[in-house]
Design a protein around this ligand. Sequence first.
Ligand code: SF4
Length: 358
Amino acid sequence: MVEKNRLPRELTHPVSVGGVIMGGGAPVSVQSMCTTDTADADATLAQIGRLAAAGCEIIRVAVPSAAVLDGFERVCAESPLPVVADIHFDHRLAIEACRRGASALRVNPGNIGSWERVDAVIDEAGAAGIPIRIGVNAGSLDAAFAEREDLTQVEKLVGSASSFVEHFRTRGFNDIVLSAKAHGVLTTIEVNRALSRELPDVPLHVGVTEAGTARQGTVKNAAAVGALLMEGIGDTMRLSLTADPVEEVDVAWDLLSAVGLRRLRPELVSCPTCGRCQWDLMGVAAEVERRLSSVRAPITVAVMGCVVNGPGEAAGADIGLAGGRGQALLFAGGSPLRKVSEADAVDELFAEIERRFG
Ligand code: SF4
């Protein structure tokens, strides 16, 4: 895995979620959330296994009622990833999740009911030695900010988040990760910029919430989270999509790769084709992308429509193909290797990848 922190990053207080560090200059971690019924531990563990294989590093599961606690306990015991308990409304579930093996809690103090109940959760997490993600969104603002007509939505989110953090710290609890989420791109960017200014030492969990289905959600998350990451804001991310959560993880890694922060898998460079293209580049690119999904080397692979611009434009790629009529040029590091037939081109490419990077 290639990991770079070459972009400026806020120096946040490092927090460990089951051994995965958030903040303090640690690589931005990738999270997702199970869509299964937590009571069904077999199904939940199976989904966690698929997510872990895709590169997920922390998993969150819903704890909506006491009926799921036995399943939750087994998931915590057998999960290959640290498990975060997602709690709303009922502080007793948060307390019980601490006792059943959670690696962290995610609570929205604004919907727990009272400070006494929030304090009971803080104290239990402290006793268990696990961090808490404080979640804030439009529906769970601090009551002192929720009704203020003189404040913008961003100011309400930031004010609520800041007052929650202050309360936790006053209680002596510092292992905090903060998220303030919205479904709009600009609001997400503005809120997190403000939080990174006002609470520069608190690790931020970033992502667009309720971002939509795979295509729209990917675009919104790429716009918002991509902008934040390039400003050095964000210590862990969950890109919510109305889709298989494995897609969230794939998109998160593609985004980290695109902004140059972390590379786990190959990156595919392919041209849009034009009138010079004389081979089935779209079919070749789709096939190469499919077969690259099982390659773990963080290499750059190019498939280009023609030799006129192809090898030159893709000179930065580790290896690639530039198509011609019935044949293609296999190249590596900007230099030609050999001509291959169009029919054998993809097989030849993967044989060379295996030889060089396998
Ligand atoms: S690489 Fe060739 S086919 Fe692809 S866009 Fe450039 S000129 Fe057109």
